[in-house]
Design a protein around this ligand. Structure first.
Ligand code: NI
Length: 155
């Protein structure tokens, strides 16, 4: 078990706004990072966490929308369709929520922790989470895509 500090938007290094590099080594260091990220995400009650949010500028994230943990390494969006409109937040922006439009269906390809490629598709919350987390790898945060922030009485 290991918890990592979640990088917030006031981070002086602007970590959340930088583009991440691909993962090239599938080794113990990567597995420790993934395990720590899962502990950190569950402790914070999140449904997704990307590596830059724990200070590592590498292309990987994890998601658990209630159907089990999935680790995405070097992910790529293969296909999207439809549209959904809903509220979104981020562990790096505690207490802030806003309305973001996302595709309703997303198909991705990624590598698992051993480097094996897999494909996964999802709709609604899962699709939203894949888009949100994938954005983090390009230095894009949800507030860059929000068209309206929510007030406290709307949460
Ligand atoms: Ni986020």
């Amino acid at each position: 078990m290991g918890y990592r500090t979640i990088v917030k938007d006031n981070d002086p290094f602007k970590t959340l706004h930088k583009k991440c590099r691909p993962v090239t080594e599938f080794n113990q260091k990567l597995w420790d990072l993934l395990d720590d990220m899962a502990d950190t995400m569950y402790k914070a009650d999140g449904v997704g966490l990307a590596a830059p949010q724990v200070g590592t500028l590498r292309r990987l994230f994890i998601i658990d929308v209630g159907e089990g943990l999935i680790e995405f390494i070097n992910p790529e969006i293969l296909q999207t369709s439809g549209e959904q409109d809903g509220s979104e937040g981020c562990l790096s922006f505690p207490g802030e929520y806003g309305m973001v439009k996302r595709p309703n269906y997303v198909k991705m390809r990624a590598q698992d922790r051993n480097g094996n490629f897999f494909e996964v598709e999802g709709e609604e919350l899962f699709a939203r989470a894949m888009c949100h987390e994938n954005d983090h790898l390009d230095g894009i945060v949800f507030k860059d895509r929000v068209y309206r922030m929510l007030r406290e009485d709307e949460l």
